[in-house]
Design a protein around this ligand. Structure first.
Ligand code: HEM
Length: 119
């Protein structure tokens, strides 16, 4: 497997489409929508896309906070964390991303759990 996850998710264009769908899913997801009620959707979409572009082997375009700093003091629950994973998997499926890549993204997201929760 020589292609990076970035390339296999469709590069900057593909990941931008996926990230937009992830945020649309969050804003419609009863379990977490309230968390984002004071955030501009366009800012959330840009942060999600650039974070994932940089984190999957694409250009280093992310300018936001690290995950610990971004979620400090939020007291995120297990149910909220699962809701974010569900929204991400739904967005990947909607964008016709293969199972192997879905598994890799799920693993990357899950591995950040301790930086997002209990902080
Ligand atoms: C692995 C899981 C997660 C990842 C990769 C992630 C990623 C991010 C990123 C990249 C940012 C932007 C930080 C910045 O712009 O400086 C952010 C902000 C934020 N995240 Fe997460 N997040 C995760 C889980 C969660 C969960 C479970 C919640 C709660 C439902 C949550 C709520 C928020 C909120 C409220 C913000 C601030 C939005 C704003 O600045 O307007 N995140 N997250």
């Amino acid at each position: 497997m020589s292609e990076s996850l970035y390339e296999r998710l469709g590069g900057t264009e593909g990941i931008t489409n996926i990230a937009n769908d992830v945020i649309d899913n969050h804003l419609a997801n009863q379990a977490i929508a309230k968390r984002f009620e004071n955030s501009a959707p366009s800012k959330l979409k840009n942060a999600a896309a650039t974070f994932f572009i940089a984190g999957t082997g694409g250009p280093d375009v992310y300018k936001g906070k690290d995950m610990l700093a971004a979620h400090k003091g939020m007291n995120i629950s297990n149910a909220e964390f699962m809701a974010v994973l569900d929204d991400a998997l739904d967005a990947l499926a909607k964008n016709n991303i293969g199972q192997r890549e879905q598994e890799e993204v799920l693993f990357v997201l899950y591995s950040m759990r301790s930086q997002v929760m209990f902080v």
